[in-house]
Design a protein around this ligand. Structure first.
Ligand code: ADP
Ligand code: MG
Length: 316
């Protein structure tokens, strides 16, 4: 139940503003507006997110909900328009170009959806994983050892000398994960890493991500439009219209018969100023619109259709 507190805590006044000392990643009221000609597209509208060190989380949402925008900001590839974003003590809203380059090379690793974008086609798997270490100037033997270890970790010890074209899509993504980990980053970000893979191979990639999370201790944040991913991670954060709307937490529990099971619980996200997104199926079920009535009971809150709406219905 330890994780439950984190979800609820976000709603308590003051907790989000404490600097997030226990959070490796902290987004507070994050806004991103793209300007295209005279048009403004609000891709993120006040997004809140906290990720603790060592977590393995998925961010899910429909196409266009702002997932890549968020990941590009967290990856130091794009800058937010407003709000606050801290990763491992780096303030990404106020970071110099040289610090940003260092942040991208040392603090984080990134895996893209497009398998071809992750690897250099003329290098072997081993050379690809070694490349970031070469940039850093690591000695040859150390480079080779680290790269071999990582390829082993992702299950590709026997494919070291293959070039990307001689590997399957799933194998290329495994090499991409190994390459992203070469520099021992604090966080691994992956934007739809299984988007070009079939479902069986996708499951394998999630297994690989889990093992690097457990064995390398790296925090893993994966973005996907596949809601089934929730079965493979500990926490799933849903984004809708550029804001985090709900979270699913998975935890081990013991049922009435004494059997160990995995329990999934869904929570709505309450932000610092008390905003809450109702699930669309709830809104539709009661045909809620514009105004709702709230009443407080000692241990819960009721949400009712507004009086005027009820009156209109009674007239009918
Ligand atoms: P997702 O990854 O969840 O599919 P994105 O973050 O790519 O969503 O996009 C969120 C919204 O921002 C979309 O409406 C998209 O059209 C818009 N958008 C994304 N990138 C840009 C850009 N570079 N310029 C203008 N609009 C963009
Ligand atoms: Mg995307």
């Amino acid at each position: 139940m330890a994780q439950r507190g984190t979800t609820l805590e976000r709603g308590r006044p003051g907790t989000t503003g404490n600097g997030g000392s226990d959070s490796l990643i902290l987004c507070d009221n994050l806004v991103k507006i793209y300007k295209v000609a005279d048009l403004e597209v609000v891709a993120l509208q006040g997004l809140d997110l906290r990720v603790r060190e060592g977590e393995f989380i998925a961010i899910v949402g429909a196409s266009g909900s702002g997932k890549s925008t968020l990941l590009n900001i967290l990856g130091g590839l794009d800058t937010p328009s407003a709000g606050r974003v801290m990763v491992d003590g780096h303030d990404l809203l106020d970071i110099s170009n040289s610090d940003r380059t260092r942040y991208r090379r040392q603090t984080i690793g990134f895996v893209w959806q497009q398998t071809a974008r992750n690897l250099l086609p003329y290098l072997t798997a081993l050379e690809n994983v070694e490349a970031p270490l070469l940039l850093k100037g690591s000695p040859t033997r150390q480079r080779r050892e680290r790269a071999s270890h990582l390829l082993e970790l992702v299950g590709l010890a026997d494919r070291q000398d293959h070039r990307p074209a001689e590997l399957s899509g799933g194998e290329q993504q495994r090499v991409a994960i190994a390459t992203a980990l070469a520099n021992n980053p604090r966080v691994l970000f992956a934007d739809e890493p299984t988007g070009e893979l079939d479902s069986a191979t996708s499951v394998e990639i999630f297994d690989v991500l889990r093992s690097v999370n457990e064995e390398e201790g790296v925090t893993v944040v994966v973005v996907t439009h596949d809601p089934l991913v929730a079965e493979h991670v500990n926490r799933t954060v849903a984004i809708r219209d550029g804001r985090t709307s709900s979270e699913v937490l998975r935890r081990a529990a013991v049922d009435d018969e004494g059997e160990h099971t995995i329990v999934s619980e869904e929570f709505a996200v309450l932000d610092r100023v008390g905003r809450l997104q109702l699930p669309s199926e709830f809104v539709e079920a009661l045909d809620l619109e514009q105004l709702v009535r709230l009443t407080l009971d000692p241990d819960h809150i009721n949400v009712w259709p507004s009086e005027s709406k009820k009156a209109k219905e009674d007239e009918r």
